[in-house]
Design a protein around this ligand. Structure first.
Ligand code: SF4
Ligand code: SF4
Length: 331
């Protein structure tokens, strides 16, 4: 029965558009506990206070959902066919080594080109729960998309969907790392997948390329130094010592993923909701500077760009335009 249910769920996840599905037993994440504790103690979460909440629940899905038996991890590709920032450097095999930024277009992370993934994925997860209820039976289930109480990368790794690279993103050996991760915690016993090996080897490209040195050691990203944190999560002013280090990124940053050799295997997604908004593809620096709050809110109301709001985007643009500190000021 377990095998039949597992096959049904995996087949349906494909039909719903997910690229990969892996399953693990819902249990305490023993290995992860000291690592998470250390990361929080060293304040690598910056001002992302919410990451300190639910410490026990984050490490144990059976506390998050009493009666939980399995964690179903799902990946959805968001690698765009059209890249706002086309590659300027290519390796020997035509592999993009660095997505150079056109100075006329402030950088926007690829995951934000289309409609907000939370809406898109939640709908798919709702459909997957309905499928389980109709084809397997009554189920107690909770769905999560990029939400603090679940350690999504750790579960995806445990379920064999990839390994966590030195840049701390999940990497699939066949398709790279441009994926959203979602989970369903269910009270159904299913067949479990095992983890895959780590294929980073001696590579250090992501560490070498990070402009703010946020990857402090292999596999450890100091969230409080990452451009994604500064441009999306931080509500206050961006610290002056970061001036000149953002490499023209206005919303998020893809550098460590763009330089990763495994992303030469990325293929364009097929999700219509992630189709880039024309403004994302065509807006010049000037267009961004001149956009009114009303137009911004109308254009980006269903986009991840609405998270930092109009004021956040303006703050980021001003930060990018502000003069770099002189060598004396840096010291
Ligand atoms: S997203 Fe950018 S700033 Fe953050 S770790 Fe990667 S390269 Fe560094
Ligand atoms: S760039 Fe290299 S070290 Fe970094 S995640 Fe990719 S393979 Fe691993």
């Amino acid at each position: 029965m377990k095998q039949k249910h597992t096959t049904l769920i995996k087949q349906e996840s494909k039909r719903l558009g997910f690229d990969f599905c892996g399953i693990s037993k819902a249990e305490f994440l023993e290995e992860e506990a000291p690592r998470l504790e250390k990361w929080l103690k060293e304040e690598k979460n910056g001002k992302m206070q919410y990451m300190e909440n639910y410490f026990d629940l984050r490490l144990d899905p059976t506390k998050l959902m009493p009666g939980a038996k399995s964690v179903i991890s799902l990946l959805l590709n968001y690698f765009p066919a059209q890249d706002e920032n086309p590659p300027v450097l290519t390796g020997a095999a035509g592999v993009p080594l660095l997505k150079g930024k056109n100075s006329q277009q402030p950088g926007i992370s690829k995951y934000a080109y289309g409609k907000d993934y939370h809406f898109v994925i939640k709908e798919k997860l709702k459909n997957l729960i309905s499928f389980i209820e109709e084809n397997i039976g009554a189920v107690n289930a909770r769905a999560f998309v990029d939400s603090a109480p679940v350690m999504d990368k750790v579960w995806a790794k445990k379920s064999g969907l990839g390994w966590i690279g030195k840049h701390s993103n999940l990497i699939s050996k066949s398709k790279g790392s441009f994926f959203f991760i979602a989970e369903l915690i269910v009270d159904l016993e299913l067949e479990y997948d095992g983890p895959v090996a780590d294929y980073c080897g001696t590579c250090t490209k992501c560490i070498d390329a990070c402009p703010t040195n946020a990857i402090t050691e292999p596999y450890v990203v100091d969230g409080s130094k990452c451009i994604s944190y500064f441009t999306i999560e931080l509500k206050e002013n961006i610290p002056a010592d970061m001036k000149g280090k953002f490499d023209n990124w206005m919303f998020g940053c893809d550098i460590c993923q763009d330089v990763c050799p495994w992303n030469s295997f990325s293929t364009p997604h097929t999700e219509p909701h992630f189709k880039p908004k024309p403004e994302i593809l065509n807006f010049t620096k000037r267009d961004w500077q001149e956009i009114s709050e009303e137009t911004f809110n109308k254009t980006f109301k269903d986009s991840p760009l609405s998270r930092p709001r109009f004021e956040g985007i303006k703050r980021n643009l001003e930060f990018l335009a502000s003069p770099k500190p002189s060598p004396e000021e840096r010291t």
